[in-house]
Design a binder for this molecule. Sequence first.
Ligand SMILES: Nc1ncnc2c1ncn2[C@@H]1O[C@H](COP(=O)(O)OP(=O)(O)OP(=O)(O)O)[C@@H](O)[C@H]1O
Ligand SMILES: [Mg+2]
Length: 325
Amino acid sequence: MATPILEIQDLHTYFKTKDGVVKAVNGVSLRLEENRVLGVVGESGSGKTVTALSIMQLVPIPGEIVKGQIRYDGVDLLGLTSEQMRHLRGREISLIFQDAGAALNPVISIGQQVEEILQEHTDMSRRRIRDMATDLLHQMGIPDARTMMGRYPFQLSGGMAQRVLLAIGMALKPRILVADEPTSNLDVTLQAEMLHRMRQLREESNTAILLITHDLGVIAQMADTVAVMYGGTIVEYADTRALYSRPLHPYTWGLFQAMPRLDSDVKPLKPIRGAPPKMLDAPDVCPFLERCHKAVNQCRTGPAPKLIEVEPGHQLACYNPMVYD
Ligand SMILES: Nc1ncnc2c1ncn2[C@@H]1O[C@H](COP(=O)(O)OP(=O)(O)OP(=O)(O)O)[C@@H](O)[C@H]1O
Ligand SMILES: [Mg+2]
């Protein structure tokens, strides 16, 4: 097995609120290899964004990483000073968010925001930096990049803003790109273009990509392997192909049932019944128990099933998985 560039082990990130402790990430382990795309799927509130923020060490107060390790090239990021972490962020590990409008600084011009990352991490002359920033915007498909450099975020359409964000995220050809719903606000054409740019980055720079999305179609196009998150934990992990052809966890199976099919326009989108867990202090049972149609006694008595390898490369946390002939 290749050495992972990023290895998360038993990560716990909690929010201590006045209503109790929200266990947003509750024992997540993941590995990401160079030049690979790991997809992370799961419904709203399952802990995907908090996992991404934990990697970047940008978890907002009152959130806190209470346990676990996040190794980048063998070094535990949680042991670094904020200065050392700032040095890695943007240059070696970069994060792009869904909401470009919120991620860009409203009072700084687009050009300056792209230049800033180059200034912070390289010794190039101002002129070189300006040219390179213009180039980056141009490469992201921004027309008349030179003029655009002087514009402010509010003067851009959502699609343009997303391109700028991607230009910033990819400026220094990071070794890891964490992309949190990078395409979910975009129309289909722009989405395809953004995915293409990410693939290009991967090919040119061997960048490893952690791709977080609700969109199983995007995962199918992009990801080599997929981790399915539920209630702050990973319930299934496998090769994309294996997961799509034989999802073993009842939750994963439900996700695919809920996915609209291209081959039939009569099948309605079918939501999984029940509500997602609150993730406040909960008994040690499977987080999916209340909504599971396959639950057996062991699921009710606990402890919560652990993620174990059930087939080569296929991991599952379930006592009573789906069965196929
Ligand atoms: N600042 C916060 N204070 C308290 N709880 C929080 C905070 N941020 C996130 N959470 C909680 O952490 C859990 C995980 O949230 P997270 O944003 O990671 O979900 P997600 O999987 O990214 O969802 P979505 O698909 O909607 O983006 C949720 O229960 C959420 O309410
Ligand atoms: Mg999120």
